[in-house]
Design a protein around this ligand. Structure first.
Ligand code: ATP
Ligand code: LTN
Length: 333
């Protein structure tokens, strides 16, 4: 019997902080780990995207290697997933340049992330920030990805990727696979513990709102105990109860229980008990991750062997697409 070819999944996170957040973990990495048997999975450490915002070089280097260890300790089996560093694969920059010439200024200026980031970094509105989605399109199209698991914030970038790919294909024939967004079953959106109407984000200036994957357990417990709730003192899920909803979402994502089950479990509890239970559940989830992370970070040679091998394979795959593109546009090969 002919084997059915596995679909290809590609995604990535920027090494823009020393630790990813519980939001990145529950919204992205934990789901990625569940795909590794069913799909051909490729995950980049997107360091070229990171320099669209000014970085300290030594820290970027450290954060890049640490992010590989975070990927693996959060559940990505390095033998089943291709893990690579974006800047180790020159095809990304090369294809991004070519695709820049097939992308309109108008469509880039509609990107909400560009508008948000230029407002936040008004002293450094660089061209890379503007063409960020074109590099992201190159990341995806080079590997002929079928599916791209991303959160809601990245959907617009996936739409523009599809538009660029369709435009290119309509001129030159079937060069690129048109990728679809992959929205996991549990697409939890984790909010800031201090401002539960805003997304929990790596670059949140208030560290108390954000649980980092690598926060020590005492810090995690303290942050959850201080989480903003409301004055109703009743554990239920509903409108206007953003803080409590967020705690229930975290609990549900971590334990695998449904929201209804979680609400039933805490029906007769006060917020103190709810927070203690959420803190314990998160602590239990993070302990084995910390242990694995500490082990991996002790073995830098092993981490290096993973990203070297990963980048080699990524170079091989991406070259094939890039050569096809170069031929199509008329470059002498
Ligand atoms: P930054 O603060 O540097 O912009 P971020 O924390 O918002 O970063 P990204 O690196 O942009 O995170 O996102 C990595 C992945 O994690 C994406 O797929 C994104 O959708 C997902 N993600 C980020 N924050 C959350 C969140 N609070 N809840 C669920 N998923 C999230
Ligand atoms: N823009 C994404 C990171 C990213 C990415 C990608 C995600 C860069 N290239 C390709 C999926 C596919 C972010 O900020 N979350």
């Amino acid at each position: 019997m002919e084997e059915i070819k596995k679909q290809t999944i590609l995604s990535g996170i920027q090494p823009s902080a020393s630790s990813i957040t519980l939001g990145n973990y529950l919204g992205a990495l934990k789901n990625w780990a569940m795909l590794q048997d069913e799909y051909n999975c490729i995950y980049g450490i997107m360091d070229m995207h990171t320099i669209t915002v000014r970085q300290t070089p030594a820290e970027l280097r450290k954060n890049t290697v640490s992010l590989i260890a975070q990927y693996i300790s959060a559940g990505l089996d390095e033998t089943k997933n291709l893990i690579f560093i974006q800047s180790h694969v020159p095809a990304h920059a090369e294809l991004a340049w070519i695709l820049n010439c097939y992308t309109q200024m108008g469509e880039l200026s509609r990107m909400t992330q560009f508008k948000d980031k230029s407002a936040k970094h008004h002293d450094n509105i660089n061209a890379g920030l503007f063409t960020y989605p074109v590099l992201m399109a190159a990341d995806i199209l080079l590997y002929q990805a079928d599916l791209v698991p991303v959160g809601a914030d990245q959907k617009q970038h996936l739409e523009i990727t599809r538009d660029i790919a369709e435009r290119f294909n309509s001129i030159y024939g079937d060069v690129f696979t048109i990728p679809d967004a992959y929205i996991g079953k549990e697409s939890a959106r984790i909010m800031s513990l201090q401002n539960p109407t805003a997304k929990m984000s790596k670059s949140d200036p208030n560290p108390n709102g954000c649980i980092y994957l690598l926060d020590d357990i005492d810090t995690v417990v303290r942050k959850i105990k201080r989480a903003v709730t409301d004055s109703e003192a009743c554990v239920r899920y509903g409108e206007g109860k953003d803080g409590v909803n967020n705690l229930l979402n975290i609990y549900s994502s971590v334990t695998g229980k449904t929201i209804d089950e979680a609400v039933a479990e805490f029906a007769s509890c006060g917020y103190g008990e709810l927070k203690a239970a959420v803190a314990e559940a998160v602590a239990e989830e993070l302990r084995p991750i910390h242990a694995k992370y500490d082990d991996l970070m002790k073995n830098k040679d092993y981490l290096e062997s993973i990203y070297k091998k990963g980048s080699e394979t990524a170079n091989y795959i991406s070259r094939k697409t890039l050569n096809k593109v170069k031929k199509k546009v008329g470059f002498v090969l």
